[in-house]
Design a protein around this ligand. Structure first.
Ligand SMILES: Cc1cc2nc3c(=O)[nH]c(=O)nc-3n(C[C@H](O)[C@H](O)[C@H](O)COP(=O)(O)O)c2cc1C
Length: 340
């Protein structure tokens, strides 16, 4: 029985699973595949490559449902990109990393839902004041940019703050049905999943990057500034990026001031490595959930697996993956309803 939550109701979706707007990795193909499987796909608006956004958004025009996500501080430099996004008719626009207020009225006037990803209570209050209709509480386990609070801490804190006014979605470290079920126990209405969808057939990532995610374990990621500073990209505090550890990160971690001083030279090498698919220099943005990822299936299979495993766990069926889990199953006989 599908899990019905305020999130599934608001977005009109079958499963409470959103795919993250992972910059260029989350193109229209992944977005479409996730939505067709009953989740909610969100196209990555990334850093504002206008031609790319136009092409990807055009692929989704007339399709439903889908969202488009922007890095808010980057959108502020090219606010006209929002027009391109809204012209494609998304059911939601997701804003992360910055004040959503300047963009909220235009998004809401278009009829799209405003989703805001936040990393602490002040950001959540700012988003609610701006009119956010869905809050994503992102923990530090997340792949890509984020801050320092853990998912298990930030999700219930934001759920308490939202107090039922808007659905809260958990992000950071979720790659299977155990994660979805656990987040629902913490007060979330669903999950936003990035890294797990990176290692899918439809994600735009290079095959070599996907293989690295598949082969990595939870010890193999680190959060820091080296990948950004190596491409002369200076994010505002408190945001840093979680990536797989590679030779380049090992070389420069602890030497960030020198990296800044040599940014011209390093960024040239970094860009060349990225072009060449050399992931010992170029970073693979990925979260701690890499340890839970062992294959590169179609996105629809990922949606189906997460949904069905969570459904079984929440229904109290003792047929899931580990014995340890069984110790914590809710007692069966809750009336058969999965409404959360
Ligand atoms: C490769 C990659 C790129 C990302 N790029 C963006 C982005 O452009 N905008 C954004 O809001 N979040 C971005 N994120 C963060 C996601 O929105 C989300 O918080 C995160 O993926 C959730 O954690 P998980 O990776 O453990 O599932 C990115 C994440 C990854 C893995």
């Amino acid at each position: 029985m599908p899990i019905a939550t305020p999130l599934t109701e608001l977005l009109g979706i079958r499963h409470p699973i959103l795919s993250a707007p992972m910059d260029t990795i989350a193109g229209s193909r992944l977005t479409r595949a996730v939505s067709e499987a009953g989740g909610f796909g969100i196209l990555g608006g990334g850093y504002g490559d206008r031609a790319r956004l136009q092409a990807e958004a055009a692929e989704l025009k007339g399709f439903a449902p889908f969202g488009i996500g922007f890095i808010t501080w980057s959108l502020a430099k090219q606010p006209e990109l929002l027009d391109i996004a809204l012209d494609a008719g998304p059911q939601a626009v997701m804003l992360s990393f910055g004040d959503p207020a300047p963009f909220a009225p235009q998004i809401k006037a278009s009829g799209a839902r405003l989703i805001c990803q936040v990393q602490n209570e002040d950001m959540a209050k700012q988003a609610l004041d701006a009119g956010a209709e869905i809050l994503i509480a992102q923990g530090t386990e997340a792949g890509g940019h984020g801050a320092s609070r853990t998912t298990v801490d930030i999700v219930p804190a934001i759920a308490d703050l939202a107090a039922g006014r808007v659905p809260v979605v958990a992000a950071g470290g979720i790659a299977d049905g155990r994660g979805l079920a656990a987040m629902m126990m913490l007060g979330a209405s669903g999950v936003l999943v990035g890294t797990r969808f990176y290692a899918s057939v439809e994600a735009n990532g290079a095959a070599g990057a996907k293989e690295r995610i598949r082969n990595a374990d939870g010890n193999d990621t680190v959060r820091g500034v080296v990948p950004d500073w190596s491409r002369k990209l200076f994010w505002p505090a408190p945001f840093t990026a979680r990536t797989l550890v590679n030779d380049h990160i090992k070389t420069w971690t602890g030497r960030e001031i020198e990296l800044m001083q040599r940014a011209d030279e390093v960024s040239k090498d970094y860009a060349a490595a990225k072009m060449a698919g050399n992931f010992e220099i170029a970073a693979v943005f990925a979260g701690e959930a890499v340890g839970l990822i062992h294959d590169i299936p179609p996105a629809a299979e990922i949606v189906e697996r997460i949904a069905s495993e969570a459904e079984q766990l929440l229904a109290g069926q003792r047929n899931s993956t580990t014995a340890a889990q069984d110790q914590f199953l809710p007692s069966p006989g809750g009336g058969g309803s999965l409404r959360m």
